[in-house]
Design a protein around this ligand. Structure first.
Ligand code: M6R
Length: 615
């Protein structure tokens, strides 16, 4: 959570930092601020609200001149979102200034010590404590900023990506990371600092990703020096060439990133299986699985750890792995798993799923599983992310940047990767018949064009959204493979429209939720032809008898549900195991349109952030 940006070079820093903050707003957007060095002094402006609010405010407050600066967009942890708690934060003397993404857990004890030494604080943040700790060390030991930062960081417990500069030494920015991402864009005679590469992609394709417990001194006139914070050893900077382009991180004519990302799914799913799925040869190539095939084949069980939408993709994979590869699967909320002393050993394979690759709870679950000897496999979207690096092996989803806070293409591409793995294992274990194997491979290849067809119902879905936009509650029901889709549909609706929604296995309805049903309750029922179709038709009858409003997600040409439901949304026919890839699409569009009609901030819903790097 929180986005950080910095610049040192020959250009005006302000426009670069401002644009960078807009690109990083997905990481947090309750307040924003910028500090610039204007040649003599630090100029700082910050405000509660979004980067647009900062942009409106800043020019009336400070001169935006200067070619060194740092900026921050915040997702509050310590201290409510207000102007004072916004970053950057000054040190007591006003000489130093800092931006921080993360949490300093022992800030209260550090603060007490600093107060005893005469420091006072204006904000409620842990960050202001850190910058004063740095200043205190720098002054008392009469050392340079870099050294003071290093010593201070050995005293803090928690997570951070920080950038600090000193007005008395305005030719350097000191950066460090532990648990929160930090990239350095390397240009000619200029450097960029950011939580991800999006703020500097139009300036340079070369980036250094700091590893945990590393710090760097970034100077315009000198090569970057990276050190290990704890033992002071020097690290050779590894400059990576980025594959990202500007188009991928812009809206491309869509009103919102979420809508763009929903429409990108045919392409994204194709990119996920490209080079892996070889239908004609009847093979699936995945280096991360191929290189560790014995681990997978000998696994007594698979444990999936994830959060949010990624957890829902994990639930879909439980059906897929158990059905195809006959391996028992347990799907765990990473946040629960990490704290409940799970029974886990070297016979287990853990699959960690994360779009961002930075989710703190998932990362902690990975570390726990590794410490107990399990083989940990990552399914991530963001290349080079912490989870991608921390896992023993993995497979990227290749969905491209997902910027809308509500996950859409991440979900369908995660399911695609997990399906490929399950099919590959099933083939190797002989738990799938040849005909089913080839049929599923062929059908998977057709999914992108079927998703395209499903997207064609957009106008119809919009009209349904109009009918139900003022509902206070919503139920989502599905069975089998489509039960997790019901959960995901409900999550999408609540997170962007703030309408209360619940997902349930359809048969569970009669054990409680049925009491909620009356003529005002919209119920979205996933009722595609395969699987438990007859059972779900009975569930629909039960809803109808209680006057609930039924929106059926059905297979093209279905007449039975059409005769019962108030509305139906058709998706193309496919295998039951692949149906979540299609039934998800109308649920994403429905949530999107309702949120737009309610005038909600679709891409940046309240209280949320794209990557949750705090527990
Ligand atoms: O980056 P991750 O996949 O690890 O993120 C997990 C959740 O925070 C994420 O899926 C969240 O639930 C989304 N906002 C859902 O749309």
């Amino acid at each position: 959570m929180c986005g950080i940006v910095g610049y040192i070079g020959f250009r005006e820093a302000y426009p670069i930092i401002l644009k960078g903050l807009k690109r990083l707003e997905y990481r947090g957007y309750d307040s924003a601020g910028i500090a610039l060095y204007d040649g003599e002094n630090i100029k700082l402006s910050k405000t509660k609200g979004k980067v647009d609010d900062l942009e409106r405010k800043i020019k009336s407050e400070i001169s935006t001149k200067g070619s060194l600066g740092i900026g921050h967009t915040r997702w509050a942890t310590h201290g409510v979102p207000n102007d004072i708690n916004s970053h950057p934060h000054y040190s007591k003397s006003g000489d130093l200034v800092i931006i921080h993404n993360g949490i300093i857990e022992n800030y209260e004890s550090l603060k007490k010590e600093l107060i005893q030494r005469g420091y006072s604080f204006t904000s409620d943040t842990d960050t202001e404590v850190l910058i004063n700790l740095i200043e205190d060390i720098k002054k008392s030991e009469n050392i340079k900023l870099g050294k003071a930062v290093q010593i201070a960081l050995t005293q803090v417990v928690g997570a951070y990506a920080i950038a600090v500069f000193d007005k008395n030494k305005p030719n350097e920015i000191v950066v460090a990371r532990l648990g929160s991402p930090l990239a350095i864009g390397v240009g000619d005679d200029e450097f960029f600092i950011a939580s991800d590469a999006s703020p500097f992609i139009e300036y340079t394709n070369n980036a250094i990703y700091l590893e945990d417990e590393e710090m760097a001194i970034v100077r315009r006139d000198k090569p970057i020096k990276i050190r290990k914070i704890k033992d002071d050893s020097l690290v050779n900077p590894y400059v990576q060439e980025l594959q990202l382009n500007l188009e991928q991180i812009e809206k491309g004519g869509y009103d919102h990133f979420m809508l763009k990302e929903i429409h990108e799914q045919p392409h994204a799913i194709k990119d996920t299986y490209r080079g892996r799925l070889r239908v004609n040869e009847g093979i699936i190539k995945m280096a991360g699985v191929d290189d560790n095939i014995e681990k997978f084949l000998n696994a007594k069980r698979i444990i999936v750890v994830a959060c949010g939408t990624s957890w829902h993709a994990g639930l879909v994979s439980e059906y897929i792995f158990e059905n195809f590869a006959r391996i028992p699967v347990e799907v765990e909320y990473a946040s629960e798993f990490r704290y409940r002393n799970p029974i886990i050993n070297e016979n287990d394979v853990v699959i960690a799923i994360s779009q961002s690759g930075e989710t703190a709870d998932t990362l902690a679950a990975i570390k726990l599983a590794k410490s107990r000897g399990a083989f940990v496999f990552g399914v991530c979207n963001v290349v080079g992310s912490t989870i991608a690096r921390e896992t023993d092996a993995g497979a990227y989803t290749h969905a491209g940047p997902e910027i809308g806070v509500a996950s859409t293409k991440a979900f369908t591409t995660q399911i695609t990767v997990l399906t490929l793995i399950a099919l590959k294992l099933a083939k190797a274990k002989g738990t799938i018949s040849n005909s089913d194997y080839h049929l599923t491979l062929g059908e998977l290849e057709l999914i992108p064009q079927k998703v395209e067809t499903a997207l064609g119902s957009d106008a119809h879905i919009k009209s349904i959204a109009h009918t139900y936009k003022d509902s206070k509650n919503c139920l989502y029901l599905g069975r089998g493979y489509n039960f997790p889709v019901a959960l995901e549909g409900a999550l999408k609706l609540k997170e962007i429209s703030y309408i209360h929604a619940e997902g349930y296995p359809a048969a569970e309805m009669k054990h409680g939720p049925i009491a909620l049903i009356d003529e005002n309750m919209p119920i979205i029922v996933i009722a595609t032809k395969k699987g438990h179709y007859d059972k779900i038709v009975s569930n629909i009858q039960e809803i109808k008898s209680r006057k609930g409003k039924i929106i059926g997600i059905v297979t093209e040409g279905d007449q039975t549900v059409k005769g019962l439901a108030d509305h139906v949304i058709e998706v193309p026919d496919t295998l039951e195991s692949l149906s979540p890839l299609l039934t998800t699409i109308p649920l994403q569009l429905l949530s999107y349109h309702i949120a737009v009609m309610l005038d909600k901030n679709v891409d940046q819903p309240r209280n949320l952030a794209k990557s949750v790097t705090v527990e």
